[in-house]
Design a protein around this ligand. Sequence first.
Ligand code: NAD
Length: 438
Amino acid sequence: MKVTVVGTGYVGLVTGACLADVGMRVTCVDTDHDKITNLKKGILPIYEPGLKDIVDRNFKSGRLNFSTSLKDAISESKVAFIAVGTPPGEDGSADLKYVLSVASEIGMYSNGYLVSVTKSTVPVGTASKVKNAINGELQRRKVEFSIDVASNPEFLKEGAAIDDFMKPDRIVCGVDSEQAKSILNTLFKPFILNGHPLLFMDIPSAEMTKYAANAMLATKISFINDIANLCELTGADVNNVRKGIGSDVRIGNSFIYPGIGYGGSCFPKDVKALVKSSAALGHKLRILEAVEDVNNNQKTILIKKIIKKFGEDLKGKHFAFWGLSFKPETDDMREAPSIVMVDELTKRGATVCAYDPEAIHEAKKIIGEKITYSKDAYSALKNADALLLLTEWREFRSPDWKKVKDELKSPILFDGRNIYESSELSSNGFIYAGIGVK
Ligand code: NAD
């Protein structure tokens, strides 16, 4: 089957590469010329474990191609995925300009029936806007064929995107025609050999499923962060509480790890967009408003601990960061708590030297020269008044504590992800502060 994927970012590139890997003929389209030129040379725009091998293999075999022209790519495609960004608009609602501009182009350039599948995260009702944009162009061209629209929200996690795409827990497809259902059934069959479901439903329900899933996960994170903060006031230890509640199968262990708040390109913007679209219908999503509020507060929780230790005025203080990306195994810096930490510390006169295994080039685009960057974990520590662990990359899990202590000016560690044991750190001579732990 011939497939076009429009938007070659985290979602589009993974989708295109994985579809090609199971035998589809895929062209990934992007308006970013540099991205496409680099992809043709084997240079990937993002760090995602395992992705480069799949891209290289399928590009060599000719099953995967890259283009800046949707017009050239779409000819004879049975499916066109829309996988462009849906960033928050000024009021927090999802900005659909990229999605609708691609929809119009699909209407302008397709040369026969196909299914236009929206993979971008979009509010309920977007499919009808996509349909109108496509049909407007088809009518203008006076063509004989029609185009179906469908919704196929993406649930991949950055850092584990290939596994998530290849062996998904479920695939959700919103359709309103039997032909679209049959084509998507054929397309996705290779990915449900693990027995997990391919769920067909109406389009609005599919669109809502994505927001509801992200809202639920964000809620779990804010819930445990709120409990962690309460643990500190009561003398309980959230690590014990987490294990205590997580072993209840009705609750489960995932997404109840306290930390410095969720970031990334999805949870913050999707929670905001859902709150906004709900408010537009006169319905206040009170839980999600609180989720957002707790998260914003959590991003500065280490600052409160730092101030408690060093005072409000941090002039002359120097801090080392381990980790910048919003989570491990990705170079994605969008909405990363580290950005807030840099702002808060530098505003108070402190300086920062940061190390991250993959995200420094992305961090420089956002944070710039406000801080210095180190090429390795230990040299980032030199002369620092404290170490802040902000992203739980594997290489930080078991450091050489003697070396850490030798490099730091004072052996103080703020653990924003609770990856260390307070007792182990104390026995190594460190002053340790985690989130909600004793
Ligand atoms: P991204 O910003 O990494 O990539 C979007 C790409 O679309 C960019 O390369 C941009 O140049 C391209 N683009 C914009 N307009 C275009 C046009 N008219 N024609 C062709 N290309 C165009 O975005 P992403 O992280 O891949 O997210 C895409 C969508 O998927 C968003 O709606 C997001 O919410 C959703 N999503 C993201 C993730 C994730 O983990 N990143 C997971 C699930 C869903």
